[in-house]
Design a protein around this ligand. Structure first.
Ligand SMILES: Nc1ncnc2c1ncn2[C@@H]1O[C@H](COP(=O)(O)OP(=O)(O)OP(=O)(O)O)[C@@H](O)[C@H]1O
Ligand SMILES: [Mg+2]
Length: 338
């Protein structure tokens, strides 16, 4: 369990791990290592989700239990979509979860696009769907949108707005910004071949429908999300990375959604909106040095992630023991991976 001081500032977070394994790769939130092939010839990686939180394309803090929430929530979603993916000739990357913060995944070659699916029109940044629509644009990333949409309302049907994948970066570094492109451009630029891109879109929209339906049953509304895909050694399509987490998606509370939107208020959010709002309150929009946020913000953010898990999955998170690196080493040793 984490210890808390009187000011409730979390004193224990999982920020990094160093394992005696080859092929270390570091993202803003995850650390991964190569694993030996499985007995049946599957290329594998170990994907470890830390408590790091990124905003404005940088790591700005660590939030207790965030890593566990992301890892276990993704695993839960992957488990719910096996048949759906199979029907569409695809699969997900998850093979096993040997620790609350660790996944063993099928190692793939990632496609160079992020597949953003939007069911609602929202956002605050200049490039967001809502801001561009409010500025008068009616054809956005190749999609014609009807007149009269209000902020945070559902779109007539979910749409895909791809982005190119920004160049990789380590924690604290400025990442390459993702560039929005149309679905047609994905093929025109030769990023993904046409038949494969068709399959990717079909799978993304189907998984998004599943996310909306399953979330709705538990009172959570999936507003938009981002998927990543890759190809395995045999050219098979694989859904990778994280799925329907508060980092990759906007989740809203269904109970208060209608009333709030009707009153012109923002929906109650289950994602890292707390952090975005705290920065907005300080007048910070992403330029210049990042201001410090009060410790309460991080406690509230941790609570938000844990609540998102409970809300979406329908049962409470069982918090793993801290410190996390020691626990991971013990679990991986027991699983014969170290
Ligand atoms: N099965 C997989 N095979 C190969 N690479 C994968 C697989 N699953 C995820 N990845 C890659 O691992 C990395 C995950 O790390 P992380 O999420 O920290 O990256 P990031 O995208 O830099 O951070 P952020 O999500 O904050 O933008 C991503 O680059 C993702 O594409
Ligand atoms: Mg990522």
């Amino acid at each position: 369990m984490i210890r808390a001081r009187r000011d409730r500032k979390p004193v224990e977070v999982f920020t990094d791990i160093d394992l005696p394994l080859p092929g270390r790769r570091e993202g803003k939130v995850r650390v991964s290592y190569a694993l030996p092939e499985s007995a049946d010839g599957v290329e594998r990686r170990l994907l470890i989700t830390t408590d790091r939180l990124s905003a404005f394309d940088r790591v700005i803090a660590s939030v207790p239990y965030k890593g566990q929430v992301l890892n276990e929530l993704s695993a839960w979603w992957f488990g719910r979509m096996i048949e759906l993916l199979g029907r569409l000739g695809a699969r997900h990357h998850l093979l096993d979860v040997p620790d609350p913060n660790v996944s063993i995944v099928r190692s793939v070659t990632p496609l160079p696009v992020e597949v953003v699916v939007r069911g609602h029109i929202t956002g605050v940044t200049d490039t967001s769907l809502w801001r561009r629509y409010a500025d008068g644009q009616r054809v956005i990333d190749g999609h014609r949108l009807p007149e009269g949409l209000q902020k945070n309302e559902p779109l007539p049907t979910p749409i895909i707005t791809p982005t190119t994948k920004g160049s990789g970066s380590g924690p604290g570094e400025q990442a390459g910004h993702d560039e929005p492109i149309s679905c047609a451009e994905v093929v025109e630029r030769g990023l993904v071949e046409a038949p494969l891109w068709d399959q990717v879109q079909t799978v993304a929209l189907a998984v998004f429908e599943l996310g909306m339906a399953v979330g709705a049953a538990n009172g959570a509304l999936l507003a938009d999300t981002k998927y990543e895909f890759g190809l395995d050694r045999d050219g098979g399509l694989v859904l990778i990375d994280e799925v329907h987490t508060p980092d990759s998606s906007r989740w809203w509370l269904a109970a208060s959604y209608e009333e709030r939107v009707r009153a012109g208020e923002e929906p109650e959010s289950l994602d890292k909106e707390v952090v975005r709002r705290a920065f907005a309150d300080l007048g910070y929009r992403g330029d210049g040095p990042i201001p410090e946020l009060p410790p309460e913000t991080w406690t509230a953010t941790s609570d938000r992630y844990v609540e998102a898990f409970r809300r979406i999955v329908g049962r409470p998170l069982i918090p793993g023991a801290y410190p996390v690196p020691e626990r991971i080493v013990a679990n991986l040793t027991e699983a014969g991976l170290l």
